[in-house]
Design a binder for this molecule. Structure first.
Ligand code: PLP
Length: 358
């Protein structure tokens, strides 16, 4: 069967060369005589895979030496739940409220301490990133949490928040899509199922001086210092997920790295937004300045037409275009693995649909 263009927000498309390599190695990896799924995580054959995966991510993101790179079980939700347990010392933290996941992360932190919201776009259904010049940061907060790309609403931060507290960033839907100056962050974490690999795996990059602050009630498994000491292997890690992440990193390196994929991502997003700005039927929902390059949200303004479009597109092999239930309309998630050809086909189909249904 032919593969479709899958615009799912996550789990989402993986690069075809990654899937083909995994398929080739599925039953027996190299000359080991066994699948990666069957290897002991403590064996040399597996720790070689793990070490290379960490080294490749370090290279791709230019991660400074004083940062730990961890590959943890579970998703981004598990990690944002663990943030206050690892970082709240004074009991105060700032959370920018720019989307559903940002909001959930703040709600979770409220269980442990005093959470302030320096800026929010919740009242306007998160269609933009609030003006950070007007944000009122807490001077002695332990950290500031923000979501750099808002997957559901299709918005992205165009500059980093300026506060004295360490920046803790949910980068789930934008990691590796554009260069990030890691030294400006305290913590970057990302669920793998958008730009890295399968679900159930979370990459966490943490500055070493932020380790060792965990509260006494923090479960050991969620304690970043414990995991750093154990090389992400305090218990059995998601060995297969890490291996697939490693294949994605190799694929990205072969393409030329993050700067190269960023150019491709800008071009893909421009194809869609340029059409949306001219279309008489489809309208983009995020404010122009804050438009995401990864998740493009749009509506026709007529729910029946939206549904008809999503259905008709699927028949053409353009699948999973339905928007999140809180926003409605459509969302095209065009992560690193979505080829430009997929976006061209989508735009061509939207034009055709507009002529026939406008
Ligand atoms: C998908 C996503 C999450 C949730 O990830 P899980 O792996 O389901 O926990 C959190 N934050 C952002 C920005 C996301 O895009």
């Amino acid at each position: 069967m032919d593969r479709v263009y899958n615009f799912s927000p996550g789990p989402s498309m993986l690069a075809l060369p990654v899937l083909e390599k995994a398929q080739k190695d599925l039953v027996a990896y190299g000359d080991t005589g066994m699948s990666v799924m069957e290897m002991s995580h403590r064996s040399k054959m597996y720790t070689d895979i793990y070490d290379k995966t960490v080294a490749d991510l370090r290279e791709l993101m230019n991660i400074p030496e004083d940062y730990e790179v961890l590959f943890l079980q579970g998703g981004a939700t598990q990690q944002f739940s663990a943030i206050p347990l690892n970082l709240m010392v004074t009991g105060k933290a700032d959370y920018l409220d720019t989307g559903n996941f940002a909001h959930l992360a703040a709600e979770e932190a409220k269980r442990y301490g005093e959470v302030s919201i320096p800026a929010s776009s919740r009242e306007d259904n998160y269609t933009y990133i609030p003006d950070l010049e007007k944000a009122s940061y807490t001077p002695d907060a332990d950290y500031l949490h923000f979501t750099q790309n808002n997957t559901i609403y299709g918005t992205r931060f165009v500059e980093l928040p300026k506060t004295a507290a360490p920046l803790v960033c949910d980068a789930s839907s934008m990691i590796l899509s554009e260069p990030m100056d890691v030294s400006k962050y305290g913590v970057i974490y990302a669920g793998a199922q958008k730009n890295i690999g399968p679900s159930g795996l979370c990459v966490l990059i943490v500055r070493r001086d932020l380790l060792g602050k965990a509260s006494a009630v923090c479960p050991k498994l969620l304690n970043w210092e414990v995991q750093a000491k154990a090389g992400s292997m305090y218990n059995t890690p998601n060995t297969w997920g890490i291996y697939l992440a490693g294949l994605t990193f190799e694929w990205l390196k072969e393409l030329g790295g993050v700067e190269v994929i960023e150019r491709a991502n800008i071009a893909k997003a421009a194809l869609l937004y340029d059409f949306l700005d001219e279309s008489k039927l489809f309208k983009p929902t995020a404010q122009k300045k804050y438009r995401s390059r990864m998740n493009v949200t749009f509506v026709t303004g007529d729910e029946e037409k939206d549904a008809a479009f999503v259905k008709a597109a699927a028949k053409e092999g353009l699948v999973n275009l339905k928007g999140h239930r809180t926003v409605g309309g459509m969302r095209a998630s065009i992560y690193n693995a979505m080829p430009e050809e997929g976006v061209r086909k989508l735009v061509a189909f939207m034009k055709k649909f507009e002529v026939e249904n406008g």
